[in-house]
Design a protein around this ligand. Sequence first.
Ligand code: PLP
Length: 377
Amino acid sequence: MTELQAETRQRLDELESKFEELAGHFLGYPTNQDFDYSALLPFLSYNVNNVGDPFHDSNFATNTHDIERHVIRRFSNLLHLPSEEAWGYVTNGGTEGNMYGMFLARELFPDGIVYFSEDTHYSILKITRVLRTRNIMIKSQGSGEIDYDDLRESIRINRDVPVIFMANIGTTMKGAVDDVARVREIFDDLAITQHYIHGDAALSGMILPFVDDPQPHTFADGFDSMSISGHKLIGAPIPCGVALTRNEYVARIARSVEYVGVMDTTLTGSRNGITPLMLWLAWERYGIEGFRDLVAGMLSVAAYAVEQFNGLGIPAWRNKNSATVVFPRPPADIIEKWQLAPYEGIAHLITMGHVTREQIDQLADEVVAARQVARPA
Ligand SMILES: *Cc1c(COP(=O)(O)O)cnc(C)c1O
C-alpha cells in the first residue's frame, strides 16, 4: 500500500474538522455522540462479514455471529422475550428492523391490513409500498399518540381481515407511545383473533426498560416483533439496530443457501460484522445499571429544558418518559445552527447522552432573542 497523497490527507483533515465543529451543536437528532469504540480499530483490517442467520452455521468464518447472538440475548432479556423463544439479528438501523417485522407479519397473514398512525415514521409507509400490503393510516391525537377511536372504527369495518398493527414506541417527532394494552382491548372487543403487533421502538425501546413507570413495551405486553436502533440511544459511528422476534415465525420464512452454507433468514445477504461488536462493547461497558443512569440523565435534562423554556415564556412540552422536547418552530438560522428537526409549526430537541444543560440554556436564550427581534417593542 502506498502512503496517502498530501491532498488526500488534506481532504480527510478538512472533513474531520467539519465534523468536530458540527458536533458542538447537535440537539435535533436522536443520536448519542458519547461513545468510544477505539478498542475495535484493529478489526477494520479484516474481511468481517456476518452473512446468514447468526443462530446457524456459516462457511464464512471471519464473522462475529457468537457476539451477535450475545447482543440479541441482551436485548431479548431486556424486553422479556424468553431466550428459548427468541430470535433476532443486528440490522442496518430502524428501517430494516421495521421491514423485517412487516415481512414476517405479511408471511403469516398474506391478506392482512397494516394499521399505523399518521405520526408513524416515514419508513413504515415506504415498506407497505415495497411489500405491497393493504394499509390504513389512522388519525393521531395532538400528543402524537394514536387515536384509539379511529383505530377501533377502522378495524371494526374490516373485522374479517387479519390486523397487522405497527405500534409507535416513541414517535420520531413527539416521542409518543401507542398503548398496545388498549389496542389489544380493541382486538378483544371486536373478537379479532388474527393479529400481529410490531413495535417500532427505534429510540424509546432503550428508554422504557429503564424507567420506573413505563408504557407497555415488551414481548410480555403482546408484541410479535420489535425494531430498536443501535446508533440512537447507545450511539455508534455506523448506523445499526436490532430486529427481534419469536423463532417460530422465522422458521416459516427460512431458506438454506448452499453456496455460503447459511440459513437465509435475514433481509440482506452480506451483513456488517463490526456493528454487532460495537453493540456488544456498549453493553459490556454500560450494563443495565449504566443504561439506567444514562436514561435518568437524559430525562432529567429533558425536564430541565421544558422548565427553562416555559420559564422564558416558550411553550415547550414533552410526552411521558420521553427525551423529545417539542416547541414552536424557531427561525431558520437557529434550526441550522443547532441541527434541530423542524416539522410544520413545531421543532424538537432530543436530550441525548451528549446534550448538556449549558447547551439548553444557550438555545433558549437564542430562541427568546429571536422572538424579540421578530416583535420589537
Ligand atoms: C429513527 C427512526 C426510525 C428509522 O431508523 P433508521 O435507523 O433511520 O432506519 C424508525 N422509527 C422511528 C420512530 C425512528 O425515530
